[in-house]
Design a protein around this ligand. Structure first.
Ligand SMILES: Cc1cc2nc3c(=O)[nH]c(=O)nc-3n(C[C@H](O)[C@H](O)[C@H](O)COP(=O)(O)O)c2cc1C
Length: 498
């Protein structure tokens, strides 16, 4: 019998960036260590985190250095995982198995309840699957928050063939990483969600459009697809349902569903006018469900536990849990899955642990580079779709980036407009030209040559972009700029030419 001690270490990209790979290299030849590489729990401020079994559950050693091995092997100084507040205070469903399982171990996935949703989907009629989603009130997690059942119903009733299921794994919003965690850490959950969708709408092929910047995710996903195929899972009612991973080429707008479809067809990633919507006419003009990775990964448990279970969590308009991704100048960056409804302040204080040492809060941005900026006064806002919509903001994909006192808000606003100017697909004038003009005005203000009229011009330009852009890239690009001006007027005015 081997006398090696089983130690668990995450293989997630963020954990490796924090040093997990160095530990694995340093301990590779140790006969007394059996290293198991797992998904990450998402407490990235504690990575690299090393765990071992104990009679009372896993013990964790945090921010480990190679020389910490003797105390880990001796079992001294470890913290029970379940007593780490960042993890213990979350309500994890979609991310419940993170840190527990090997990403490519299908038997482990099944042992922890995996594939039960798919089994239920095969017991139900396609109509009953869609009904279960209607009851669940699940809204898409990619940004637009559209009711999932509604989209599936349209695709189900559409006449065109073949129908496709596309997982949007472009995850372009800065400060978001929960899709990557799923792709790298729990890929069978995504595949199960896609298979349930295929069964509901009658699709015969699946694609995962994965951003180029996620090379490890693409490798893991391809291996998971192969395993699922070998286990004869890629089959819907006797018909094959092949799933292919297609890597993008680094374009933000290719996360927009119609540009994504153009790119998937091998063309330049340019937005299509809607309607028709992809559910009616998507990939090669045929009915297609494009949904976010997290949306698909949420569906297996909705099927296995029932739609009513999902609807019982969260708030009136925002049911279920939200995967928030904390980043920026917060003390505890990481993944936080909680029911909708907590305030921004609760999340940043209870989970984020407040500000990083030496920094004072200035602003927080929710929803990626197109999201609104909030000053401290905005922190009471509850995290749910309705409250955010009322405040003219979006939750997007759940990214929360905290900025500190050293942030130059004019430069930040310029940065976001420049981002849109770089990433615009060029199809519509408000976005293509508006973003360049917006960037120029902000550069002028930043250089000290701006006037009060320039601020009025930004407002005017912003209104045009909001109302007339073809997609949310142009439509939402003014929000970070206009909210920066609204909440930090003194900073803008102090740079104007007198
Ligand atoms: C500029 C732009 C970028 C987008 N990027 C993404 C992305 O990276 N991932 C994603 O799931 N949705 C993204 N979306 C939203 C998609 O267009 C679409 O609404 C979503 O994939 C639908 O999935 P869901 O219903 O599960 O949210 C983006 C939208 C825009 C306008």
């Amino acid at each position: 019998m081997s006398s090696a001690t089983r130690l668990y270490l995450s293989n997630d990209t963020s954990a490796r960036a924090a040093g997990a790979g160095l530990l694995a290299d340093a301990w590779a030849d140790r006969p007394d260590v059996q290293l198991i590489r797992l998904s990450s729990r998402g407490a990235f401020f504690l990575e690299p985190m090393v765990e071992r079994d104990s009679p009372d559950g896993r013990l964790a050693w945090c921010n480990v250095q190679p020389e910490d091995l003797p105390s880990i092997l001796a079992g001294t100084g470890g913290t029970p995982v379940r007593s780490i507040p960042f993890l213990a205070n979350q309500t994890r469903f979609t991310f419940a198995d993170f840190g527990e399982t090997e990403p490519l171990a299908l038997d482990e996935y099944q042992a922890r309840g995996g594939l039960k949703g798919l089994e239920q989907a095969f017991r139900l009629t396609p109509d009953a699957i869609v009904e279960e989603l209607r009851v669940s009130q699940l809204r898409g997690r990619g940004g637009a928050a559209f009711p999932v059942w509604n989209k599936w119903k349209v695709a189900q009733q559409a006449k065109g063939r073949p129908k496709s299921v596309v997982a949007n794994a472009d995850e372009g919003d800065a400060g978001t990483y929960c899709d990557r965690m799923i792709l790298e850490g729990d890929p069978f959950r995504l595949l199960e969600g896609m298979l349930i969708c295929a069964r509901a709408i009658g699709a015969s092929r699946g694609y995962v459009y994965c951003r180029q910047e996620y090379p490890a995710a693409a490798v893991t996903l391809r291996a998971a697809i192969q395993k699922a195929d070998e286990a004869e899972l890629l089959d819907i009612d006797g018909e094959p349902f092949p799933i292919e991973v297609v890597e993008g080429a680094g374009s933000y707008v290719c996360g927009e569903e119609t540009a994504l479809l153009e790119s998937l067809e091998g063309k330049r990633g340019v937005v299509r006018a809607r309607p028709p919507y992809p559910a009616q006419a998507g990939l090669y003009g045929q009915p297609t469900i494009v949904s976010n990775v997290l949306t698909f990964a949420t569906i297996p448990q909705i099927l296995s536990r029932g739609g009513a279970w999902h609807a019982s969590l969260g708030t009136e308009q925002s049911r279920g849990t939200i995967a928030l991704q904390l980043g920026g100048r917060v003390k505890h960056p990481g993944l936080v899955e909680v029911p909708f409804g907590l305030s921004l302040r609760q999340v940043l204080e209870q989970f984020g642990g407040g500000m990083a040492p030496g920094s004072r809060f200035k602003a927080v941005q929710v929803g990626g580079p197109l999201g609104s900026l909030f000053p401290a006064a905005g922190l009471e806002l509850p995290i749910c779709y309705d409250a955010f919509a009322k405040a003219g903001a979006v939750l997007g994909h759940g990214g929360i980036v905290v900025y500190d006192h050293e942030t130059d808000m004019v430069d930040l606003a310029r940065h976001f407009m420049a981002f849109t100017a770089d990433e615009s697909c060029g199809k519509c004038t408000p976005c293509r030209i508006g973003s360049v003009r917006g960037r120029e005005i902000l550069e002028r203000i930043q250089a000290g040559g701006g006037t009060l009229e320039d601020l009025a011009l930004l407002d005017d330009l912003g209104e045009t972009m909001k109302l007339a852009s073809l997609c949310a890239l142009g439509g939402r690009a003014p929000y970070p700029v206009l909210t920066a001006i609204e909440h930090f007027p003194v900073e803008f005015r102090s740079k104007l030419r007198t």
